[in-house]
Design a protein around this ligand. Structure first.
Ligand code: C5P
Length: 400
């Protein structure tokens, strides 16, 4: 799966550096070649000899290695790779990257590269949660640096929490995802995904919401990204974080979601997985509502929200070639979804039964029926990630 791919692997100085040995093995098993770079601190945790033996390649250590300068040069080293991977990415290395420092070989390569960079952070939980690291993460994400992990768990220092480096196989999966994007079936296509609930204000501090977690929409955006699509992800206040490597537009209300969707067009496909509130409060107060002592509760008046799916499905010009809606139903799923498909004017409806007995709402699995022009197709119950990948593959086929 990684045959012929060249990975520049920068190993930072942390206890997780030992996992870099296994990572090198796993990458080479899959046909990739690995050029290892060790920071000075990394040499305290793993030896250049063991890294070189596993990589079957020279270890680069020194910014002022004149032989390497003459043969190849650090600029070229940083650019000849298909992907630059930093594992473990220590707090120090991330800070250097965020600040643009270049005072050793690793940081110089990271500043000189024009290749995609993936970091696998690993550090003590307090260091991970420190405001400085949070700032650096945000800077790096804004610079287009991708990341995998860290995971929650026991740490070598005896603490528990986020900061454990992702496992080698998780890093390999992230690498495969990134490298396959450029050649994936959706490469070069723009796909829009809506996700999450909306919040409709009652007054400046209160709102009406629903229980959508955004899990299915998020999985779908990640699956489309992995097939190569350029994804715009318009999300309400979801409880799961948005996927990496997509353009995120954060909104609160249905009206804002419609505006963000319209601003993101044109797109070749649009998938509306958001649980949009049907109504907003028409008489939302500008100031916090107070009890007035009369014992009479305030009367809320509602106005209907724009139907984003229907609006985009019925665009006279600029309609995406494929428009997909979701339908969460508690009874008569196929009949209701069929009617919905006709009413909204979308191409496909992905229907699921969210009656409490199914455990689907808020759970990690989904059982869906996909309604297309060709009829209804019921898929077996599977993980939401698997539903996302299967649906993304269908979308790729439809756009081919
Ligand atoms: O009508 P219902 O809410 O059941 O339809 C669900 C589908 O319509 C979902 O794809 C949802 O994202 C979309 N929708 C929308 N705008 C609304 C209401 C629903 O895009 N105001």
């Amino acid at each position: 799966m990684l045959a012929g791919k060249r990975i520049l692997l920068i190993i930072g100085g942390g206890i997780a550096a030992y996992k870099a040995l296994d990572l090198i093995r796993r990458l080479r098993e899959r046909g990739a070649s690995v050029s290892p770079v060790l920071t000075r601190a990394a040499e305290e945790f793993v030896t250049p000899l063991s890294i070189a033996a596993l990589a079957g390649a020279n270890v680069h250590r020194d910014l002022f290695d004149l032989t390497a300068e003459a043969e190849m040069g650090h600029i070229q080293l940083s650019r000849s790779a298909d992907l630059v991977v930093v594992a473990p990415a220590t707090a120090d290395l991330m800070a250097k990257m965020a600040g643009g420092l270049a005072n050793d070989l690793a940081s110089t390569l990271l500043l000189a590269t024009d290749t995609q960079v993936l970091i696998a952070p690993a550090m003590n939980v307090r260091m991970w949660q420190h405001a400085a690291t949070a700032r650096n993460r945000a800077v790096l994400a804004g610079d287009g640096v991708l990341s995998v992990g860290p995971n929650d768990g026991d740490m070598a220092c005896g603490e528990y929490g986020p900061g454990r480096m992702a496992e080698p196989l998780e890093i390999v999966a992230a690498i495969e995802g990134i490298l396959n994007r450029a050649t994936g079936p959706l490469a070069g296509r723009h796909v829009l995904v809506t996700s999450g609930p909306t919040h409709e204000p009652i007054d400046p501090v209160r709102y009406i919401a629903n229980r959508s977690s955004g899990a299915q929409g998020t999985a779908l955006a990640a699956a489309l990204r992995d097939l190569g699509a350029r994804v715009t992800f318009v999300t309400g206040p979801a409880t799961v974080p948005p996927p990496q490597g997509v353009t995120v537009a954060r909104v609160e209300t249905a009206a804002q979601m419609l505006a963000a969707v319209e601003a993101a067009l044109p797109a070749e496909a649009a998938v509306f997985a958001a649980a949009v509130a049907d109504w907003r409060v028409a008489n939302a107060a500008e100031r916090k509502m107070k009890k007035d002592g009369s014992g009479t509760p305030p009367a809320l008046a509602f106005a209907e929200n724009p139907d984003i799916l229907a609006t985009i499905s019925q665009l006279a010009t600029g309609r995406p070639r494929l428009v997909v809606g979701f339908a969460a139903e508690t009874d008569d799923v196929i009949a209701h979804a069929t009617a919905k498909r006709a009413r909204k004017g979308c191409d496909w409806i992905v229907a699921n039964d969210v009656s409490p007995a199914t455990g689907i709402m808020g759970g990690s699995e989904n059982a869906v029926t996909v309604l297309t022009e060709a009829g209804a197709e019921t898929w077996p119950r599977m993980a939401k990630d698997a539903v996302a990948r299967k649906l993304a593959a269908r979308i790729a086929e439809a756009l081919a």
